[in-house]
Design a protein around this ligand. Sequence first.
Ligand SMILES: N[C@@H](CCC(=O)N[C@@H](CS)C(=O)NCC(=O)O)C(=O)O
Length: 229
Amino acid sequence: MGLAKRYTAIMTDPMTLYIYDHCPYCTKARMIFGLKQIRLNLQILLNDDEETPIKMVGQKMVPILELEPGQYMGESLDIIARIDRTLDAPVLVGTQNPGLDEWLAKTAGVMYRLCMPRWVDAPLEEFATDSAKAYFTKKKEAMIGPFADELGKSDDYIQMITMALKVLAPHIQSATAVNGTLSYDDIHLFAALRSLSIVKGIDYPAEVESYRHAMARASGVNLHDDIAR
Ligand SMILES: N[C@@H](CCC(=O)N[C@@H](CS)C(=O)NCC(=O)O)C(=O)O
């Protein structure tokens, strides 16, 4: 890749990604920009704003990437594939470990039950209004039950996650790439760990702790440790 193309990318307006800060799929889409060092403009939508995403991609769903003014694409994995092909060689070239997929699928339920009631209570831009909070709460409580009940089960859930993290730890081959070379596994795993960072009181095994910090640095996606609850 020529210097000229990279220079042009630096000097022209960055693309805009429409997101919710808490959204793990948005974390995935954000990561590829950081990993490839491509500038990005982030726009956080209010969680009850249905009109804006529907106008852009026909459904109330983020992330949405504005490739050119007025040209939009949804679906995190499509965005990642598109950006990974842009500028210089792809970075997500490592092989994946099917065991990690399994780990993520098994932990997803508990993670959401821990995270959802905490996200809506946190100072995140998508929940800046009472109506945005009420919208999220109604939609997600219909899926997992009352948030108050879920918060009451926190100790059990945290214990389950702590055990799951101990299982994960020996599979982290390097702090900068779970399988030694960056791959889609890093996208999926960091997005899950970043979600979990809203939960206070999790004791991370050393390998997981190094990995989530190194990945946050490399991808430019902040953890929520500072607002954990
Ligand atoms: N398959 C989509 C899933 C994206 C998704 O589920 N986004 C959630 C936020 S995490 C969303 O926008 N849901 C609609 C809502 O919250 O009202 C992708 O990978 O981009």
